[in-house]
Unconditional design. Sequence first.
Length: 365
Amino acid sequence: MIGLSKSARAGYSFDDVAVAPHRRTRDPEAVDLGWQIDAYGFALPLVAAPMDSIMSPETAIEMGQVGCLGVLNLEGLWTRYADPSDAFEQIRAASAHDSVALLQRLYAEPIKPELIIERVRQMRAANITVAASLSPQKTHDLFGHVIEAGVDVFVIRGTTVSAEHVSAGNEPLNLKRFIYELDVPVLVGGVATYQSALHLMRAGAAGVLVGFGGGATHTTADVLGVRVPMATAVADVAAARRDYLDESGGRYVHVVADGAMGRSGDIVKAIACGADAAMVGSPLARASEAPGAGKHWGMEATHAELPRGEVVEFETLGTLAEVIHGPSHVSDGTMNLAGAVRRSIALCGYTDAKSFQRVEMVQAH
């Protein structure tokens, strides 16, 4: 109860909950972290967020080579500039005070369809699962070029996405028709509630991205006052997946936690709350290959009229392979993400990430 006229239910972040150990334990080597969506299989349930600071065509290729899925942002610097190296150099050199204004200026450069095709084909030539993203606003205009280039997995990612967007001035994206026509698995988000996730599942999404304003670079909660703590959001959307599985007669929709997972323990809790995979950003910003060289930002910070993000800076810890697979030389959960998740699942007696969704959880505070 907030007051006499308004009530609110409790919401829990990953910091508010913890995984409870089981009576049985296993060897970490016995844990299978494999994840499969549609025809595409991955050694790890980790997805690199489509953020310019961490994903270039080269790092997306490397993500595929280490067993994960890298998603390239097709509205980013890589599709606005034939050679974005000068733009990245300006961002790295900018002060915190000047960074957002600089991003707005750099991202005002028009997107070039021929660069979309070139970047996607560069990734395809490396023989990996090719994934790319657009915002809902740009999907309607640019998806034809995405189809021409040939992606395996398509991601529609915005601050929030609904299946029932109402617009007086522009024709909204008909998500159900679009997914039907595209004929590749489509991940859509972000969502943070049971009902909004259920609507996206009914529209045909192969997976839903769960998260709203909780990432390291987001200021959405400060600017818009809108936020759902991630543990609650993931658990609610997992409930929608369960109910839709019954409603649809067996169609399984993947739940991908997106944001607020800066350390391996957060990824563990996301899976325990019901996520099939985790889309991460800030852990990969610590890799030596990251295009941002420690500077990290999302598309929310580039909005021309109302930025809802900022540029943050992280210390470089090691290579991308070391951040994901180790070995780690720090004890704060920012390296060897796969090793930590595998060990946690083994410690609780489970054999894979899917069964780990049944683990007991407790309130940590």
